[in-house]
Design a protein around this ligand. Structure first.
Ligand code: DX5
Length: 221
């Protein structure tokens, strides 16, 4: 049984207590964090950018994922790499030249991830699937935390697992959106192994440490 990994999404964190919450999540077992970058164009929300990646780099030695929910993310790959991101995720829907963007991320010495919105077919990645370090299957429509997990994405996760097992077994399969104690188990059962969670981590009444530990437990029950 592969240990599930929780990637707390700091979109849901209390920015006045960010380092404290990061440390709590790490006490609970988190070894990576996701930074949700939003531009108000690719998604209808604006969040934060490179300065927050720089701050997170000072707050943790954990793996930092920059999830670029922005148009033409290739304009900022070097900036997010320099800010401290270890893994840069671009949306297939937001990049004109996806192969070039993946190669650029790798030339910067970072791991390359591609995210798909719920309605975007896996086959759009058919030509580049072997080049990915991570495939992110969105389980909500990107732009906001606190949304409900979209049930049909479970079938897509299962197909993504089969695709990676056949074409790129070392590629991480991550999901993002509406991950909580009820949804993490079914998603793990169909092959997801990395789970972005914001509300269920930083909104937990007992704190981020209890939340991360409970999610890791619930994944494989
Ligand atoms: C959507 C965001 C959210 C966030 C996690 O664009 O990417 O999915 O990271 O949000 P929760 O865990 O609150 O659904």
């Amino acid at each position: 049984m592969t240990t599930p990994e929780i990637a707390p999404s700091i979109l849901a964190a209390d920015f006045l207590r960010l380092q404290e919450q990061v440390q709590a999540a790490e006490r609970g077992g988190a070894r990576r964090f996701q930074i949700d970058v939003m531009d108000g164009l690719f998604v209808p929300n604006i969040s934060f950018g490179m300065p927050l990646v720089e701050a997170m780099r000072r707050a943790t030695a954990g793996l930092l994922e920059a999830h670029l929910m922005i148009v033409q993310p290739d304009r900022y790959l070097e900036a997010f790499a320099q800010a401290g991101a270890d893994l840069i995720i671009v949306h297939q829907e937001a990049v004109t030249h996806l192969d070039r963007a993946i190669q650029q991320i790798k030339q910067l010495g970072k791991r390359a991830g591609v995210a798909l919105c719920p309605a975007t077919p896996l086959r759009t990645l058919d030509e580049v699937i072997e080049d990915l370090d991570m495939l992110l299957v969105m389980t909500v429509n990107p732009g906001f935390g606190g949304q409900r997990f979209i049930p049909y994405t479970l079938r897509k996760i299962a197909r993504a697992r089969a695709l990676l097992d056949e074409r790129n077994p070392t590629c991480e399969l991550e999901i993002d959106g509406g991950v909580d104690l009820a949804t993490i188990g079914p998603a793990y059962a169909v092959g997801a192994r990395v789970f972005v969670a914001g509300t269920s981590v930083f909104g937990h009444p007992q704190g981020a440490d209890a939340a991360v530990a409970a999610l890791m437990e619930a994944a494989t029950v």
